[in-house]
Design a protein around this ligand. Structure first.
Ligand code: PEP
Ligand code: MN
Length: 345
């Protein structure tokens, strides 16, 4: 063993560790200064594109998936743990969203998937003109077929977030796993747990702990093969972690009716009656996936409003015929406006 060489390397490592500590200390001081400026500033000056830029740099420089994972996780720990003395970053924002939700009868609209800047810009503009506050848009998509469009992934995050903020809209979107949720947490104002993940209990627990830090709203969609009791139990994985802003979403279930190829799923509107007895959480309805056909979305929405749902989540597209996912069930923003007028009556 070459002792000299060993000592040289150890000294180098110690030097780097000390520098890392000094840099982290400086970083946390700067973050606190930034926080003070933000507290005195009325408008939203958060710029999360910087976070995405550094992550993209890590990915492009390392070009090694295993190392990327380690470095991204270290970076995430730094930005999360050294944030404003560990105070929740956007507690005010989440209070504002909760107020919007508690107003009852809130609408979430937007495309199944974010596809390009023209599409999301046109939709965000129309949706905000209608007076809707929540923009949905799939970035990470849980598609049944692996060769179907899987969403823009991280390339779509900034586009979706910036477009929504341009029109003063809250972003609503799904994370498929906990790594995505940890890495891109700030991009979604409301997190969706999709139907296919409702029974992924470890994921629910982790999302619960992650979002409880600042009460970020989470929409839990009913698994299309799950009972109401199973949905209620799944929601408790989230609420047990401390998050008080959990919203349930009925989105259609599988029954023998699908053999007629009429509906994509069977609209489970009636389940609200049972759910109201079993939970106090807000309950919204997704007529788009329930029906699978734009022709039935308006009638189902009106039925849901009459049954007392707290809100609706509806897929909308500027060009449904060429949509990259779920075009058949997407309504135009004109029909959306029509539905919204029933909701606000
Ligand atoms: C979606 O909202 O686009 C979606 C995939 O929904 P679900 O999880 O209900 O199928
Ligand atoms: Mn969809």
């Amino acid at each position: 063993m070459n002792k000299e060489e060993l000592n040289r390397i150890r000294t180098e490592i110690d030097k780097i560790d000390n520098e890392l500590f000094d840099n982290l200390l400086n970083r946390s001081k700067l973050v606190e200064e930034l926080h003070k400026i933000k507290l005195n500033c009325k408008e939203n000056i958060t710029d999360i594109s910087r976070e995405l830029a550094i992550k993209n740099r890590i990915i492009s420089l390392l070009n090694n998936p295993a190392k990327e994972k380690v470095f991204l996780s270290i970076y995430d720990t730094i930005i999360r743990e050294l944030k404003f003395n560990n105070q929740p970053a956007n507690i005010n924002l989440n209070t504002e969203i909760s107020i919007e939700i508690s107003k009852k009868k809130f609408m979430i609209a937007g495309p199944c998937s974010v596809e390009n800047s023209i599409q999301i810009e046109e939709l965000a503009k129309d949706i905000s003109n209608i007076g809707i506050k929540f923009l949905r848009g799939g970035i990470f998509k849980a598609r049944t077929n692996p060769i179907s469009f899987q969403g823009l992934g991280i390339d779509g995050l900034e586009l979706f977030y910036n477009t929504a903020k341009k029109y003063n809209l809250y972003t609503v979107s799904e994370f498929l796993d906990i790594e995505q949720a940890q890495s891109y947490y700030e991009y979604f104002d409301v997190i969706v747990i999709g139907s296919r993940n409702m029974t992924n209990f470890e994921f629910l627990k982790k999302i619960g702990y992650l979002t409880a830090k600042n009460n970020k709203p989470v929409i839990l969609k009913r698994g299309f093969g799950s009972t109401i009791d199973e949905l209620v139990s799944a929601s408790q994985y989230l609420t047990n972690s401390g998050n008080e802003s959990v919203i349930l979403c009925l989105r259609g279930i599988r029954t023998f009716e699908q053999s007629t190829d009429f509906y994509r799923f069977t609209p489970d509107l009636h389940s609200i009656i049972e759910l109201r007895v079993k939970t106090d959480l807000p309950i919204i309805f997704d007529p788009s996936h329930s029906a699978g056909n734009s022709k039935y979305v308006k009638d189902l929405s009106i039925a849901a409003i009459n049954l007392g749902f707290d809100g609706l989540m509806i897929e909308t597209h500027n060009q449904p015929d060429i949509a990259l996912s779920d075009g058949k069930q997407a309504i135009s923003t004109k029909v959306l406006q029509d539905i919204n007028s029933f909701l606000t009556k």
